[in-house]
Design a protein around this ligand. Structure first.
Ligand code: GTP
Ligand code: SPV
Ligand code: MN
Length: 619
């Protein structure tokens, strides 16, 4: 479609400016139709960038370059006017300087390519919580993924009108094709040192250059729905969070909605779709990665999922661990960096069965038949951050209300991460501020989703609220914003309507216990329903907990263990008690290494919680 037909003057002017700078061969306005999707996918297949999968209807496999397999946090910038506004946990470059650098890179960067204009909506169309954006990109892969991940195309214009608010998102893979050059089957992107994933928070503007992968390139997701939205949320008094949203139904048919913030590749998609192992309970999905939460008139926090698809981690996804994700990705799905089987299907480590016949690995190398369900570390058939992009509506357990424009009322918020020691299976915060404290101290092992450098994987780092790589402003101020949400509720006499806050850890390890698969002391996955059931009852004030120095923990026998393997019944007491020594070390690390980073931006409420924790542990 001809972009000159756009009736929104501000959008049109911005596009013309970008066209002038990037110099694409042509400009194409996306309508979001099936025909357009099919045409662009065919273009990718013809260019050797995508392989149709014989075994999965309308599904395709892409392979990226090894330098472009995940988000690049070191190349991600919050280019606020001052370094202090970006805060101690973000990478910062002065916006004037960074704009000059990036303009240099953008100049002529779309030679030989088409610039696609993607109008998109984050959130259910027309929802009062939804927001709109325009992504300009020279990547067909991005258009195809945005089609699945967002509500994109023609239908968005009726909400944007002639002067509606939008977030401008400019993206280029940073690989101009000069003199008739072709991609020749090679994933286009720029060298790592030329990649820039930049948010300009004051301008609500996104500029991304040099990467075609995931959150670096699908700008509606992390760049908009978290980094820019977190800034908007701070200004408007709501929350934009790296959280799944699930609907939990107990055997009596009572319903509660729960959100959960776990760092990248720490189990959000899995929890959002879990199949409970305890009878009578049901989990349905609202969202698997991002939640926008606003106060309703009743004083409760209501959450929407701004996305329309899942960009899920493939490795580890099996019929046993997450059957609902596998079914979601049975058709109309884009796979990236998975292995390809002889019969035209995808395969990955932890898929649950050995691959039949020879494989082509994620780097495009033929690999001989393989009798196991995992290749050794470093030689994986699928990249550890291989992903599937699947429409959320294909999920068998998607909740009927997942697109409800007013969102769903949240009863509990979970924080979690991969902590092999110290942090117990579950504990509950005493009150809102204590919950904010728990969010602020979240730590986790680094996963392959956060880095293209395999050597960093497994190291523990603090990842407050699981939003470390996605917070668009000073993290200390972000903590204060969370404290202020509690104050608002209190001021309105609605403090009792706030969600209860919990800290969970599915990842305690005992490497010396040969019985435990993967060394994990808790079975995880569907068995996490046992913990969800305890949390559900906690929200109703059921007498199922004990008061401990770190918060409320399950009473003996309060976690249902029916049907659990004996070796897990044996590890349960260990992971449901307070490891005093471990927590004292934790306090010391927070005091010496974590909290000082935030200086005067750290809310007093949180340092008070730290003092209180230390005092209780020392009693
Ligand atoms: P992002 O999409 O990167 O934000 O990740 P996510 O938080 O949605 O993580 P996801 O659910 O995709 O899980 C990532 C990896 O953790 C997969 O390999 C899962 O198999 C594994 N995993 C998920 N839940 C559990 C669990 O309860 N226990 C164990 N041991 N592993 C889990
Ligand atoms: C994450 O890393 O948390 C993801 C994948 O959800 S990406 O969209 O690439 O950021
Ligand atoms: Mn994520």
């Amino acid at each position: 479609m001809d972009y000159k037909t756009i009736k929104h003057a501000k959008i049109l002017a911005w596009i013309e400016e970008c066209v002038k700078m990037c110099e694409p061969d042509s400009v194409y306005l996306c309508d979001g139709s099936t025909k357009e999707y099919d045409t662009l996918m065919k273009k990718c297949v013809d260019a050797g960038l995508a392989t149709p999968l014989k075994k999965k209807e309308n599904s395709f496999l892409f392979r990226s370059l090894p330098s472009d397999v995940a988000r690049v946090e070191a190349r991600t910038f919050i280019s606020a006017k001052t370094e202090e506004a970006a805060g101690p946990t973000n990478h910062w470059i002065d916006p004037v300087e960074l704009k000059a650098t990036m303009k240099g890179l953008y100049k002529g960067c779309m030679h030989g390519r088409t610039m696609y204009i993607i109008p998109f909506c984050m959130g259910p169309l027309g929802s009062p919580i939804a927001k709109y954006g325009i992504e300009l990109t020279d990547s067909e892969y991005v258009v195809l993924n945005m089609d699945i991940m967002t509500r994109a195309g023609e239908k968005v214009w009726q909400y944007l009108g002639t002067d509606g608010e939008f977030v401008p998102c400019l993206h280029s893979v940073g690989k101009p094709l000069n003199n008739g050059e072709k991609d020749n089957g090679i994933w286009p992107c720029a060298d790592v040192e030329h990649k820039y994933i930049t948010q300009f928070p004051e301008e609500r503007l996104i500029w991304s250059y040099g990467s075609g992968y995931g959150g670096n390139a699908l700008l509606g997701k992390k760049c908009f729905a978290l980094r820019i939205a977190s800034v908007i949320a701070r200004d408007e008094g709501w929350l934009a969070e790296h959280m799944l949203i699930l609907k939990l139904t107990n055997p009596k048919g009572e319903v509660k909605y729960v959100t959960g913030a776990f760092p990248s590749a720490c189990g959000k998609t899995n929890l959002a779709m879990l199949i409970p192992t305890i009878p009578g309970w049901k989990v349905e999905t609202i969202g698997d990665d991002i939640a926008w939460m606003k106060f309703g008139d009743d004083g409760r926090l209501y959450a929407i999922n701004p996305e329309a698809g899942f960009f899920g981690v493939a490795p580890g996804t099996s019929a046993e661990s997450n059957k609902n994700a596998l079914i979601s990705a049975e058709k109309n799905t884009i796979y990236t960096n998975c292995a390809l089987t002889e019969d035209g299907d995808v395969w990955w480590e932890g898929i649950g069965y050995p691959a039949k016949g020879n494989l082509v690995d994620w780097k495009g190398q033929p690999r001989p038949a393989f009798p196991k369900d995992k290749a050794p570390k470093g030689e994986e058939m699928a990249h550890p951050n291989a992903r599937f992009t699947a429409p959320a509506k294909q999920c068998p357990c998607i909740a009927p209300e997942w697109e409800d424009p007013k969102g769903v009322p949240i009863s509990a918020i979970l924080f979690g991460g991969r902590r092999p020691s110290t942090v117990p299976l579950v504990h509950q915060a005493r009150n809102w501020n204590h919950g904010v404290f728990l969010g602020s101290i979240v730590g986790s092992e680094i996963t392959a989703a956060s880095t293209i450098n395999a050597a960093e994987v497994g190291k523990i780092r603090r990842d407050p609220f699981a939003i470390l790589p996605f917070c668009g402003y000073n993290m200390g101020d972000y903590f204060a914003h969370w404290v202020s949400i509690g104050k608002t509720a209190e001021k309105n006499g609605k403090a009792d309507k706030l969600p209860k806050i919990f800290y969970v850890n599915w990842f305690r390890k005992d490497e010396n216990n040969a019985d435990l698969p993967g060394g994990f002391m808790w079975p995880g996955y569907g068995d996490n329903s046992r913990v969800l059931a305890w949390i559900f009852d906690r929200c109703d004030g059921v007498d199922n907990c004990v008061d401990t120095p770190i918060g409320f923990m399950p009473k003996e026998g309060a976690i249902n263990t029916d049907g659990l393997a004996d070796y897990y019944k044996k590890t349960l007491p260990e992971i449901t008690k307070v490891d005093k020594e471990g927590w004292l070390k934790e306090v010391k690390d927070i005091r010496e290494n974590h909290y000082p980073k935030f200086g005067k931006h750290l809310p007093k409420e949180l340092s008070d919680c730290l003092d209180d924790l230390e005092a209780r542990l020392s009693k």
